[in-house]
Each structure stands twice: as C-alpha cells, then as structure tokens.
Design a protein around this ligand. Structure first.
Ligand code: BES
Ligand code: MN
Ligand code: ZN
Length: 512
C-alpha cells in the first residue's frame, strides 16, 4: 500500500500572474440571467462568460478561448491551456462555475474538487486556485476551496495493487485580503476537509478490516493525536451498564462489541451545555436472524458511517477548539445470525428500563442507539445529536440527495440549519408527530423495534425519541447519503463523509 502524505495547503497573496505553479485555476462564470419563463432558447440565454478575477494577465491569457465560444461556463466544465502568455504558471485551467447569480460556496467546493480530480490523473501534483472575486467573502472562498480540494483528492482504491500514486501534494490558494484572516480560513478548511476524509477512510474499510475493536483502535489513535479523552468498553462493561438493547445486537457475533466514548472538555468551557454525539457503529449488518438478501449485502460494511461521522467530527472539534463540551458515544458491533443471536419475538430490556419486543432483528441500529442516547444523558449531555444509516425508508423518501433530519427541538433545528448553510450539506426535515407512535406499540412490551413499512424512517425516529425523552435531540438518518454509487467530477464514488462538516460547524456555533 502506498502511504499518502497529507496535502499541503499554502496561502498566497501574490498577483495570480506571478504565481509559479504547474497549473493556475481560474473560475469562469456565466453572467447571463438565469433561465426562467417560456423563452428558454432565446438568444438571451447565450452564455456571457467572464472570469472571476480582476487580474488583467489572466484575462488576457484566456481571451482567445473565451472568444472562440468553446466555453459554455457550465458547472465543472474544464478547459486547459498550456504556456499561457504573461503568466508564470505552466498551465491555466479555466473551470466553469455555472451562472454567476447562483454561485455559492457549494459550487466553489465542487470546483476545487473538480480541479484536483481533473489534474491528478495527468500526473500534476500541485496547483494554485485563484479565489473568485466578487461572489463570496474572501475567507469563505478560501475555506471552501480548501474543503472542496480535500474532498476531491480522496480516492477509495486502498487495496488495488496497481493503485497509482495519484494525488495532489500541495495546493496554493491565491487570494486578496487580510493575511491573518485568510490564513485562519485556510487552516479551518484544512481541519474540516481532513476530518471528513478521515471519516471516509473509516467507512471505506470492509467489515473484516473494520471490526468494532479496530474502529475503537482508530478512534483511540486519533484521540491521542488531537488530545481527546478516549475510553473503550467491551462486553463486560456493556452488560454491567445493563445496555440490554445494545447487547442484544452484539450477542450474536463472535467479534466483541465496543462502546467508544470520546470527550472534548476544553479549559474555560462552561459546565453546560454539553453536546452529545451518538453514532451507530454497526461494522457489518447482515440483518441477523431476519437476514438480508445476498444481493447488495456487501454494502452493509458502511453501516458504521454514523459512528465514523461522529469520530471525524470530534477530530475537527478537537482541532478547532470551540469553547463547549462535547461527548461522543459510538456503539460499535456487528449484526450477525448465529446460535447466540437474538430471535424475532425476543423481549429485551434497554438501559433506560424500557422493554422492547424485537420483531425484526434487522432493525438493529435503533437498538444500539437507544442505549447510546440514554447513556449520553447519564454522562451529562444536555443536547443530543445521533447519526445513523438507520433505514432504507429514508432512501425511499429522500433518495440519494438529501439526508433526513428529525428534531424534537425547533431552536436546535434552527441552529442546525445555520450549520448546514456553512457546511454546504443537504438535510431535509422530517416529521415526528405523536400519531406515529401508534406504529411502535407492542402487545407484550413497552415498544416494538419495527413500525413496519410505511413511514419507516419516521417510526424509527419515534423509537429513538423514546430514549432521548425530553432532552433536546436531533436524529440524522444518512442511509441514502453516506455512500455514493457514482463518480462525480468533484468527488469519487464511495464513502461521502456526510454530516462531518455540519456537525463541526454546529459545535462551533453552539459554543457561542
Ligand atoms: N442498515 C440498515 C439500513 C440501511 C439501508 C442502510 C440501506 C443503508 C442502506 C438498517 O439496519 C436496516 O436494516 N433497516 C431496516 C429496518 C426494517 C427492518 C424495519 C430497513 O430499512 O429495511
Ligand atoms: Mn439492519
Ligand atoms: Zn443497520
């Protein structure tokens, strides 16, 4: 395996024309009014391309290709020019950003990722991205470029023996503005981008190389590196804590489960609030006795993506140092069928004392989270967020575009929407009406672990709410968004690292 070094990030305040680099990247925007109304193909829709820079030498170098009409300005469109006149760069990459009117940090991240993925197969190891002027604030632009480039630089081909050593080693962001502020934006972007990729690495590993014990080891090593407290508990402690719901999933597996607790307690942080991040860490989900069909079962190696998101978010939080306490709890286990596995019809007593009738052993995520959420409250968390690849039903509802978010507290949800805007991630709020509780009534116990097919993502959330009780709580169902099936120009298919950026931004805002 090739050891990949982290990408270097450099800030340059030079004139773009003076930057010596393998490739200078500049954004081309379409200034034409966005299409609406009936005249879709009118002459007015002809692109009006302009470069998002005031640098005269770059404009001059790109003037012929723009005049040729070859540039439509579409998002992620690439045009590579060699030996651009009057520039010190060896190449100039003109990258389309779409309509200027709708250009945001979301598009800018994609462009930085696209530049990385376009250049690295050509053997180019470094480039310089010119922060677009006049569309975003200078520090937002720098941070987004760095985040997007890290996302684009990741490839999931870990175990290919012909794995090419293709990666960008150094990225320069060329920007104008206050140096200290821009440097801070660059450092923040790097921490967040690297943390997202750390999560993606964990999620990418197959079940035999990411058992609960191995996930705990990776969390422990990261915690040591960034100065977090880390405790890992095994079967004895899980049983001692009377985590009957978590244990009921773990009991069927030969691999021991791991209860991972990460704590961030910065000096000077108030006693309260304490943010609790609870992650589903099912390192492989066969379904258990309610076994899944063989077709596509290999995907269930990513059933620990919620837990991995929490581990990555804790890394980002530890390095960005917001003044607020955060505790992460990851319930890691396999879900296996065996002679020791729980059976449909079994009744389990959760740590909170609630009894649960198991009608489907494949609805295991809510079981491990039930005890994780309750334990977080016992550890003093005043606000809870859980993340889980919880239901196929959320994929039916929202597809692969939006993740689902459920919130018992409107204020907390509003703060989360601010974090989403900063992070550029898509979540859609789902309902939690009391009426849905009907579906998880049991004849023999307090609740059943599956509410059936209809509204499956919601009834799963209602189940979790039973264990969050009156503690303000949000649930992120990332089953449809934690893994992407297709390559995008800005991002490789495979693990997405969804929720990491939003969780980090949420914790930072929460400190204020
Ligand atoms: N891990 C799955 C959910 C999942 C589905 C994740 C697709 C990623 C992609 C979860 O444990 C599960 O099996 N859920 C069941 C619940 C049902 C039995 C109530 C489901 O969604 O089918
Ligand atoms: Mn399952
Ligand atoms: Zn699962």
């Amino acid at each position: 395996m090739i050891l990949k070094l982290p990408m270097k990030t450099i800030l340059s305040l030079a004139n773009p024309a003076d930057v010596e680099t393998e490739c200078l990247v500049v954004v081309a925007l379409d200034q034409a009014a966005p299409k609406n109304g009936p005249h879709k193909n009118s002459a007015k829709d002809k692109p009006e391309i302009s470069l998002a820079t005031s640098d005269a030498a770059i404009k001059d170098a790109a003037k012929d290709v723009i005049a040729s009409g070859e540039i439509a300005g579409k998002l992620a469109e690439t045009n590579l020019l060699h030996k651009p006149a009057k520039l010190k760069a060896k190449r100039l990459l003109v990258i389309g950003g779409g309509k200027a009117k709708t250009f945001t940090s979301v598009e800018l991240r994609k462009l930085a990722g696209t530049a990385a993925r376009f250049l690295k197969p050509k053997g180019i190891r470094s480039f310089a991205f010119v922060a677009p002027e006049g569309v975003l604030t200078d520090s937002d632009a720098v941070k987004s470029i760095i985040e997007g480039a890290f996302v684009g630089n990741f490839d999931p081909d870990t175990y290919k023996s012909d794995r090419k050593d293709q990666q960008i080693d150094a990225l320069t962001v060329v920007a104008r503005g206050d140096q200290a502020r821009l440097q801070q934006a660059l450092d923040e972007g790097r921490i967040i981008g690297e943390s997202q990729n750390f999560t993606r690495e964990l999620v990418n590993e197959p079940g035999n190389r990411m058992t609960p014990t191995m996930l705990a080891e990776r969390a422990r090593k990261m915690a040591e590196e960034v100065g977090l407290k880390c405790e890992v508990f095994g079967p004895d402690k899980i049983k001692e804590l009377k985590m009957g719901a978590f244990w009921s999933v773990a009991q069927g597996s030969d691999e021991p489960p791991a209860l991972i607790v990460l704590r961030y307690e910065p000096a000077g942080a108030p006693e309260k609030p304490v943010l609790g991040l609870v992650g589903k860490g099912v390192t492989f989900d066969t379904g258990g006795i309610s076994i899944k069909p063989a077709d596509g079962m290999e995907k269930m190696k990513y059933d620990m993506a919620g837990g991995a998101a929490m581990i990555g978010a804790m890394r980002g939080i530890a390095l960005l140092k917001p003044k607020v306490k955060v505790t992460a709890i990851i319930c890691a286990t396999e879900n296996m069928p065996s002679g020791k596995a729980q059976k449909p019809g079994d009744v389990q007593i959760a740590m909170s004392g609630k009894s649960i009738e198991i009608i489907n052993t494949d609805a295991e995520g809510r079981l491990v989270l039930a005890d994780g959420l309750y334990y977080a409250r016992q550890l003093g968390c005043t606000h809870l967020i859980d993340a889980a690849t919880l239901t196929g039903a959320v994929v039916v509802a929202l597809g692969y575009v939006n993740a689902g978010v459920f919130a018992s507290d409107d204020k907390m949800y509003e703060r989360f929407t601010k974090a989403l805007a900063k992070a550029g991630e898509k979540f859609w709020r789902m309902p939690l009406d009391e009426e849905y509780k009907e579906s998880i009534r049991s004849g023999i116990a307090d609740i059943i672990n599956s509410g059936g097919r209809w509204g499956g993502a919601i009834t799963a959330a209602m189940f979790l709410k039973e264990f969050a009780e009156d503690t303000p709580w949000m649930h992120l169902d990332i089953a449809g968004t934690a893994w992407t099936e297709e390559n995008k120009p800005w991002m490789a298919k495979g693990p997405s690292g969804i929720a990491v950026r939003s969780l980090v931004e949420f914790a930072r805002d929460f400190a204020e």
